[in-house]
Write a protein that binds this ligand. Sequence first.
Ligand SMILES: [Zn+2]
Length: 282
Amino acid sequence: MIGISKIFIYAEPRCRSIDYEDVAAYIQEKMPAAEVFLRGPLLEEFTGGGAAMREARARALATALAAARIRRIEGPAAQARQPLGGEVEYEFRRLKNRESSAFGILYDSRMILEICRDLIPSTESGLADLSIIFTNQLIGNRDLADKRYHARTVILGAPSIVSTGGVAEAPARARGYYLARRSSEWLGLQEEEKNRLARSFADDFLELEDPRLTSVAKGLAMQAVVYRLTGKPFCTDKDCRLFNAHWQSELIRSQLGSGPEFCRVHSDLLAECQDLGDKPWT
Ligand SMILES: [Zn+2]
């Protein structure tokens, strides 16, 4: 097990239903020997230097983000390319406005990880440091089996990224939902009626303003913590918070179920972390 001495959590202010202080306190409780720091949004941290320098940094970041957009869901892996002026402008405006969202745009996980890695101070990128970045951007990687990009809830790496947009969009809803959506298209219903019909067929699912997102965010942040501790991604037990859910029903079961939070193996691992020490959250 690799020790973690510092955990940096970067919040996403655009997802207001997540209480990040609560998430940070939970991670601190699970990892008492580490110091947990709660920060603002990583991509918008242009605090150093004067106005001109901040503007130049935002412009460079907007260009990198625009280049990380996935243009084709199917086909070969995305390559970095020169983005269009309009795409850069869109990203630039989004960086300036913390109320804005990026719905409908999927970003390449490898390129986003590189962008985040460059923004994290080198003094916080050591082996014993872990950064967990929350973002509302939809982030995807390519599945080798079907050669398509899929949105993900969590991208594990250094740093790790939790996509709040991905929580609502990445795990598929119940099959009945899609059948109902398709039927309502055939019937030519209005959007509101389509949604009502779809909901009546759907199982429970999570939305962006769902009050349960704080609890889900805790489990997803723990996936990043345990990945750093063990080097192994996810868990195969559907009742463990480290399970990699592909369906909304699985996500709700693993993160919000009434049983124990973690499987036996991961409970034992986290009990070891409890034995390591007990420091106050800073
Ligand atoms: Zn487990």
